[in-house]
Write a protein that binds this ligand. Structure first.
Ligand code: KG4
Ligand code: ZN
Length: 342
């Protein structure tokens, strides 16, 4: 089985060709950090225009690299949401055009399902069910993954996502976007115990996450001038890790899935990876995390989610809509603040 994956829901344009037996024949990701830097955040209109300019070339590039033609494809998978709607429409419409021209099935992939199934692309031994900590720029959730298309949300954020907290803290420290990698680098030179910072909701009976208070505390610490930026970065990173560990421990107690899995951009962070690996071991659960490049946005995970859905007989009609919001678990209770952002 050969699946083309297309992604443009945020600020990365990406295309990939993946086989049903987990071989990534070709993949390319082009970011837009330079285009957005002058504005200090992602400008949706600029992002959408950049996807329009770049995505067709990237599709040609991966097909050429793999010496494949559209007629060789078994399915075309494109992210259909959630995300910045102008950008989401680019990959989805490109996928529809290819599906129409090559007469191939279209799979409309939820970007979050791309992250959720990405560990199975990297780890052939990872079976359902598993407890997933999904930590990205737009989401911070704990989900029980029961199968393809079967997700039960156990927790979400009541304000900021974990990656969003990294990005905001980085901005307060004068670091460039995206903030996660910049904070991780600076934190290596800092003392994680130097700056006292809160751990919102840690120890709480409520299952959810919160990071807004932590961001405000970083703002105060930075403004006080009393601390080295590297100490603030290291203390902030440690506080996020402590929150993720505490909330995941709570979910582990409520979920008997044999494996703990972490995915999404923040899972590229070494401290996050090692703390969650330790937590799994303490709880006698197996642990799986994709390689860093597969944690941040890419099209290989979209192609793989497409392959999993196609294998399960799940394809979509050409009038499938692009969606700015699209929860993985439609039955989950609404939570204040959650899911507001892409
Ligand atoms: O999954 P992703 O690429 O895009 C979304 O779907 O949101 O996640 C991007 C987020 C950004 O907030 C970025 O700062 C964060 O992941 N991130 C990291 C690291 N690499 C990316 N956060 C902490 N440490 C990292 N090494
Ligand atoms: Zn993502």
């Amino acid at each position: 089985m050969l699946v083309l994956g297309l992604e443009s829901s945020c600020d990365d344009s990406a295309a990939a060709l993946v086989t049903g037996d987990r071989v990534i024949l070709a993949q390319v990701v082009v970011g837009q950090d330079e285009a957005h830097r002058p504005f200090g955040g992602i400008v949706p209109e600029i992002a959408a225009r950049a996807h329009v300019e770049r995505l067709p070339q990237l599709i040609r590039q991966v097909l050429d690299e793999a010496k494949a033609k559209p007629s060789d494809l078994d399915a075309i998978a494109a992210t259909a949401g959630p995300g910045l709607i102008g950008g989401v429409m680019v990959a989805l419409l490109a996928g529809k055009g290819l599906a129409l021209a090559a007469r191939k099935p279209l799979v409309a992939v939820n970007h979050l399902e791309g992250h959720a199934l990405s560990p199975r692309l990297a780890d052939a031994s990872l079976d359902f069910p598993y407890l997933l900590l999904l930590v990205s720029g737009g989401h911070c959730q704990l989900l029980e993954v029961r199968g393809v298309g079967q997700y039960r949300r156990l927790a979400t954020t009541i304000d900021d996502a974990a990656g969003e907290a990294f990005d905001k803290a980085a901005k307060l420290l004068g670091l460039a976007y995206p903030g996660g990698p910049a904070i991780e680098l600076l934190a290596r030179e800092g003392d994680p115990r130097a700056v006292p910072l809160p751990r919102p909701l840690v120890g709480s009976g409520e299952p959810h996450f919160s990071f807004a208070g932590l961001k405000s505390a970083v703002q105060r610490a930075a403004a006080s001038g009393a601390h080295r930026p590297a100490d603030i970065a290291a203390s902030f990173q440690q506080a996020v890790v402590d929150c993720l560990v505490d909330r995941t421990q709570r979910a582990l107690a409520a979920c008997d899935a044999p494996t703990l899995v972490v995915a999404g951009g923040v899972a590229a962070n070494q401290q996050v990876r090692s703390a969650l690996a330790d937590l799994a071991q303490q709880n006698r659960r197996a642990f799986s995390v994709p390689p860093g490049w597969l944690c941040t946005d890419n099209a290989a995970m979209i192609a793989w989610a497409g392959a999993e859905r196609f294998a399960a007989g799940l394809t979509d009609p050409l009038d499938v809509p692009a969606r700015a919001r699209w929860p993985l678990d439609a039955d989950a209770d609404k939570v204040r603040g959650a899911g507001v952002k892409a």
